[in-house]
Design a protein around this ligand. Structure first.
Ligand code: F6P
Length: 189
């Protein structure tokens, strides 16, 4: 059976600063980038693999030392936070208190001003999922919100829980496997 591996990008500079949005990797993230080829080899061996990333710097950089065919998907870009891009959650709460409360109230449906909701992301991921269904082994180097949506799809998890699924950054380099009917959908963290 084929496998779908999900992994978040390495820690980014914005992750360190508590900001949402795109930036390059932090020194820690670069360590993960260097460690990733061996981690993948340990888990996947010599099976054929294609690596998918988003068009954002932190996923492309994380995948840069992987020696497999690669594809970048705009549809895999992180949930667009619109006017809140590059802000911290504290800054968002101060600048847009109502929005902040609404998001806590209904995280799946809340749409950032000028940006997206989790519901929007689920819709735009449809072509990615259709293509995933037809492919062999795929490793996705992705983003927190995106991987939550994909993981919830393959594990049939309810929408209300989806925005809270834990998709860790690289805290340790051990794989966690979960059964997934015939095909396997695994979070590497
Ligand atoms: O903090 C990293 C990040 O990927 C942000 O870019 C993104 O907005 C956020 O996580 C999504 O997580 P949540 O929906 O819990 O805010």
């Amino acid at each position: 059976p084929r496998s779908i591996y999900l992994s978040r990008h390495g820690e980014s500079q914005f992750n360190v600063e508590g900001k949402i949005g795109d930036s390059l990797l932090s020194p820690n993230g670069e360590k993960y980038m260097h460690a990733l080829p061996a981690l993948i080899k340990d888990n996947i061996g010599d099976a054929p693999l294609t690596v998918w990333t988003s068009t954002l710097r932190r996923t492309i950089q994380t995948a840069s030392e992987l020696n497999y065919p690669k594809l970048t998907w705009k549809s895999l870009d992180e949930l667009d936070a619109g006017v809140c891009d590059a802000m911290t959650y504290e800054e968002i709460e101060q600048a847009y208190p109502d929005d902040f409360a609404n998001r806590n109230e209904d995280k799946f449906n809340y749409r950032y001003r000028g940006g997206e909701s989790y519901r929007d992301v689920v819709v735009r991921l449809e072509p990615v999922i259709m293509e995933l269904e037809r492919q062999e082994n795929i490793l996705i180097i992705g983003h927190q919100a995106i991987l939550r949506c994909l993981y919830a799809y393959f594990h049939h998890l309810p929408q209300v829980d989806l925005p809270y699924i834990k998709i860790p950054l690289h805290t340790k380099l051990t794989p966690k496997a979960y059964g997934c009917d015939e095909e396997r959908c695994i979070i590497l963290s």
